[in-house]
Design a protein around this ligand. Structure first.
Ligand SMILES: Nc1nc2c(c(=O)[nH]1)N[C@H]1C(S)=C(S)[C@@H](COP(=O)(O)OP(=O)(O)OC[C@H]3O[C@@H](n4cnc5c(=O)[nH]c(N)nc54)[C@H](O)[C@@H]3O)O[C@H]1N2
Ligand SMILES: Nc1nc2c(c(=O)[nH]1)N[C@H]1C(S)=C(S)[C@@H](COP(=O)(O)OP(=O)(O)OC[C@H]3O[C@@H](n4cnc5c(=O)[nH]c(N)nc54)[C@H](O)[C@@H]3O)O[C@H]1N2
Ligand code: SF4
Ligand SMILES: [Mo]
Length: 673
């Protein structure tokens, strides 16, 4: 079988080439210097409209990780504990195809992460549905991340994507950031926010942790987890009462019901949901009512929190009421695109007409199917094919995930070994994003050409090729001989991608998939209310590191990033730490699901009564503490705000501040940072 044919990388030539960053959903374009066929340094691309020539430190150091510990050739294991054996591609794929042919299609699960191109995702979706005949295909990254956001956007705006673009930020008079921390998570977006703020845009931060972004805010509303609906609906009520909503909005479907719903939220009810003062909330409502060009962005604080789908609906309803732009970005580089390509059980994220078009071309598509979180935590999968991810680290209840993987035939299409690949039966090496070809769709729904900036270092193949080969062995031809063939199919079949011009992509130009709103309507939800904290418990929340990406398998390989990170720590508000006298002492944090141990340290972003822990700490796994609960609406785990007990030796440490459930005044906020 052929490797990627990249003949521009002559043995000793020194060239500069452009590639897409492999990490977050902004999908910045980077400039790589390539020597002897290897990326030797990474720099900004001043002409990149996304990063504006200022990507973040993770992107700028990625070359260091590209050649450390990569998976270079296919590996098979004879049984779970069998010795790994390096094999050729044909043998590996024949083993996988044999397993697929001999399994009940309903027991086969395709899990696609946001680290592949649109072409890879579309080819895998088609193979799952129309070749293997299983409805079980999922956007595994979105499922644990942005599924509820995308569902709320589809419901309210008719399009599963943000309505605004990064360029809109400069023209806003108000930006409401709800449960998102772009200062750490999307630095080029944060630079735009800071610049806009310097020119007069007001920024309101709403979250349960006084994250770094609250420093660049005019108002920081600290909300009790689960209290977001009350806060947002109170603001909406003020907007409606002062008739400060967008023109014509009374005619939008569901307006009357929405108005009735939000009228139930007065200041007293909303103040119960706050850790700050009612005065701050009144001020936020005034700013929203007075705004003529508003933007909103949300993040994992809502999607992973107890407010979940209800909070997201309230936020986007408020945005619709104000005619505001939605500027919510995406976590992984192509998590938007993978979802757009139809990676959802039984293709039910596509409309009926698009589904029929796909059936006309691909053949029958099975209905039904379950999500990947359900498969791992509740089901008994027979065969799992997954692209790069590490569910043993990233999903709740790692033990349950390990059991599911132990009991199924697991195929990992991945770049590096990790805890999950330990349990794989077949490992198929794949390129990193700067080595891929095709397209990605970033959080703005900007479709970006992806070209290999450097060749993959070993015998890696992209998933569209893997899917084509598997289909061929199974007796079906997908008919793709280049990534561009799949791009063309994407334009014909994928809802919202008709406007994309493959010719323009081929000449290096970004394109746009459709953006809303079309058919907007208000959506109501059941308000979960602020969560109850059992007496004596703390609330555990995870934080993202500015130096690391998610579990950090890649960023920990970069020396400067590894050096900049401290070791694992249980983070507490400095006042709690001082009152308990436990600075630097090793404490044990236990939920109903499990425990972790680390030294206690102070952090001003953590409110009193909360515990913070960094997701990228590899020595003590946060997810051991996360119960296997999934949200009703999007089957997403409840990662944030888990009631925990804290112990020093055998002694239980009770939060010295007032109970969180009694809505204490937050001791941290923008001023104290
Ligand atoms: N450096 C870095 N950047 C990343 C990543 C990374 O690991 N490291 N990961 C990428 C990925 S996959 C994703 S999905 C994005 C995530 O980026 P974001 O969507 O910004 O999410 P988080 O940083 O997980 O959490 C956001 C903030 O929400 C607030 N918050 C927490 N809980 C609540 C709550 O209950 N209610 C409210 N209102 N607010 C709350 C807290 O202030 C928290 O800091 O970042 C991406 N970018
Ligand atoms: N407790 C808790 N758990 C969480 C979250 C949380 O906030 N709290 N966040 C959730 C969210 S938002 C997400 S998106 C998921 C992510 O979940 P996962 O996608 O499972 O994330 P990682 O743990 O980073 O595992 C990444 C795997 O991908 C590989 N990899 C990393 N970068 C690249 C790359 O550029 N290309 C390729 N091909 N492979 C790469 C790494 O080697 C590693 O094997 O985690 C979720 N899990
Ligand atoms: S991690 Fe995100 S913000 Fe940083 S360079 Fe990569 S795409 Fe850009
Ligand atoms: Mo994510």
């Amino acid at each position: 079988m052929r490797r990627n044919d990249i003949n521009i990388f002559k043995a000793n030539a020194r060239v500069a080439s452009l590639g897409i960053c492999p990490y977050c959903g902004l999908a910045c374009r980077l400039r790589f210097e390539v020597r002897g066929g290897r990326a030797s340094s990474t720099g900004p691309d001043p002409s990149d409209p996304v990063s504006g020539g200022s990507p973040c430190i993770r992107g700028l150091t990625v070359h260091e990780a590209m050649y450390r510990g990569r998976l270079m050739a296919p590996i098979v294991r004879g049984g779970k504990r069998g010795r790994p054996r390096t094999v050729g591609w044909r043998e590996a794929l024949e083993i996988v195809a044999r397993e697929l042919a001999g399994s009940d299609p309903e027991g086969v699960h395709f899990a696609i992460s946001g680290r592949v191109t649109n072409e890879d995702a579309l080819a895998l979706v088609r193979t799952a549905l129309a070749v293997v005949g299983t409805p079980n295909v999922d956007n595994a990254s979105a499922r644990v991340c942005h599924s509820s956001t995308v569902d709320a956007l589809r419901e309210i705006y008719g399009v599963p994507a943000s309505t605004g673009t990064l360029d809109d930020i400069g023209g806003l008079d108000l930006l409401l950031l709800a449960g998102t921390n772009p200062a750490v998570d999307y630095p080029p977006m944060y630079s735009r926010i800071s610049r806009a703020r310097a020119r007069g845009t007001a920024v309101v931060y709403m979250g349960s942790v006084a994250a770094e972004t609250s420093r660049a805010s005019d108002l920081s509303l600290l909300v009790r987890p689960g209290g977001e609906v009350a806060v947002l609906n109170y603001i909406a009520r003020e907007v409606i009462e002062s008739r400060a909503y967008a023109d014509g909005v009374e005619l939008v479907d569901g307006f009357r019901e929405y108005r009735e719903w939000v009228m139930g939220y007065d200041l007293t009810r909303a103040a119960d949901a706050l850790m700050g003062s009612p005065g701050e909330l009144r001020r936020a409502a005034e700013l929203v009512a007075g705004s003529a060009r508003m933007g909103v962005a949300s993040g994992m604080g809502l999607a992973h929190g107890p407010g979940g789908c209800a909070a997201l609906r309230s936020l986007y309803d408020l945005a619709l009421l104000k005619g505001a732009r939605v500027l919510t970005m995406r976590g992984l580089v192509n998590v938007q695109g993978v979802g757009d390509m139809g990676a959802c059980p039984g293709l039910r994220c596509w409309d009926d007409a698009s589904r029929s078009r796909a059936e006309g071309r691909w053949g029958p598509i099975p209905g039904g199917g379950i999500t990947f979180t359900d498969a791992l935590l509740r089901g008994s999968p027979e065969v799992i094919l997954m692209t790069d991810m590490n569910p043993v680290h990233s999903m709740p209840s790692p033990r349950a995930v390990e059991r599911a993987l132990e009991n199924s035939f697991v195929v990992c299409m991945c770049s590096y070994p990790n805890e999950t690949t330990e349990l794989a039966d077949v490992l198929l090496p794949t390129p990193l994003m700067p080595e891929r070809e095709g397209t990605v769709t970033n959080g703005e729904r900007r479709v970006r050409p992806v070209r290999p900036a450097a060749p993959p270092p070993g015998s890696q193949l992209q998933e569209w090729r893997i899917a084509s080969e598997l289909a061929r062995i199974l007796g079906r031809e997908l008919g793709y001989s280049s990534a561009m063939d799949v791009t063309r199919e994407m334009v014909e079949l994928v809802p919202g991608y008709r406007s994309v011009d493959p010719g323009a992509l081929a000449s290096g130009l970004d394109q746009w998939a459709q953006k809303g709103p079309i058919r907007p309507r208000f959506a109501l939800a059941t308000d979960p209310g602020p969560i109850d904290v059992p007496p004596g418990s703390w609330l555990l929340v995870d934080l993202r590191s500015p130096h690391h990406f998610l579990g950090g398998e890649v960023t920990w390989r970069v020396r400067s990033l590894a050096r900049a990170s401290g070791g694992p720590a249980v983070l507490m508000n400095p006042a709690d730490l001082e009152e308990l006298g436990i600075e630097g002492l090793r404490v044990r944090v236990c939920s109903d699901a499990g425990c972790l141990e680390a030294p206690a340290r102070g952090s001003a972003v953590i409110p009193r009564g909360f515990i913070g822990y960094h997701l990228s700490n590899r020595r003590a796994r946060y997810n051991d503490l996360v119960p296997p609960e999934l949200s009703e609406c999007s089957r997403t785990p409840r990662y944030k705000f888990i009631p925990v007990r804290v112990y020093l030796g055998d002694a239980q440490l009770v939060p010295p501040s007032a109970e969180i459930s009694a809505a204490p005044r937050a001791e941290t906020g923008a001023d104290s940072l």
